[in-house]
Design a protein. Structure first.
Length: 274
């Protein structure tokens, strides 16, 4: 069944790829874009052209995540046009590079505001309609490095780790209303084994995983999906991501509050054999 979906920070990268993948899957997608009259002025036209070429329901909307009024206005407009919001994809992760000790507390507070508080502002606008419907899905795009896998460059991941913690707490709270939560954690990998250069997994791969999660029946979705190109399973994932009801393994669990976290390869295997 087609869904109404909001993707934040969707001007390009994972957000833009996700918006297009979901629209191609037959959903009505609102791609949230910040600063449409400045830095991202070209994004609405570019996405509109892609949508017209593909013949999909991909619409752009200005959502400045740093201002509650902008968030409320955008969500209100979407509900007025479609009557509901079925899926929210948080893609507002903001990253800076540098050793953790090089960042001041004020800079870390800014990272926390950009990565964590912005999700709360959007949740406040979206969750009331979802609770009334008794169904919904919130996807949090984070990163496996939220566990601190690339020391000493940990500062950006302080905020991402907090976002992951918030996501897990929301999963426990929202299950009673039939709302699923899933964290998608792309993994960085080395370009060459002899260097320290890292890059993220391809944005299209992450987008396709999110599209699969959206189309998975309610209550059967995993709580976390690790997206990484290097390993066929999740055995190498940090233990910090494990916990009661959130284990790194593939198992059938109906309750959304205890769905497993699985790797991309394992998730795709399960989809093929389902």
């Amino acid at each position: 069944m087609p869904k109404t979906i909001v993707v934040t920070s969707a001007s390009s990268g994972i957000g833009g790829a996700t918006a297009m993948a979901l629209a191609r899957a037959g959903h009505t997608v609102y791609a949230g874009i910040q600063d449409v009259h400045g830095h991202h002025a070209a994004a609405p036209g570019r996405l509109a052209a892609l949508a017209a070429e593909a013949g999909v329901a991909l619409r752009t909307i200005e959502i400045d995540l740093m201002f509650q009024a902008s968030v409320e206005a955008a969500i209100g407009r979407i509900i007025a046009e479609t009557g509901r919001i079925d899926v929210l994809v948080h893609n507002s992760a903001y990253r800076l590079s540098g050793p953790a000790t090089a960042f001041t507390p004020e800079q870390l507070a800014r990272l926390y505001e950009l990565n964590v508080l912005t999700t709360q502002w959007v949740n406040r606008a979206v969750l009331s309609p979802m609770r009334r419907e008794g169904a919904g899905l919130i996807v949090w795009v984070s990163g496996i490095s939220a566990a601190g896998t690339t020391p000493p460059y940990l500062a950006p991941y302080f905020a991402m780790a907090n976002m992951e913690s918030v996501a897990r707490l929301y999963a426990d709270a929202l299950g009673r209303w039939g709302i699923d939560c899933c964290s998608v954690l792309p993994r960085a990998f080395s370009r060459r084994a002899t260097t320290s250069e890292y890059e993220e997994v391809d944005a299209a791969s992450v987008a396709n995983v999110i599209a699969e999660i959206v189309d998975t029946p309610q209550g059967q979705r995993p709580s976390r999906v690790y997206v990484h190109p290097a390993q066929p399973g999740a055995a190498g994932m940090p233990a910090a991501h494990d916990g009661p009801g959130h284990r790194t393994q593939v198992r059938a669990v109906a309750a959304p509050r205890s769905n497993p976290a699985i790797s991309l390869a394992a998730y795709q295997r399960r989809k093929r054999t389902a």
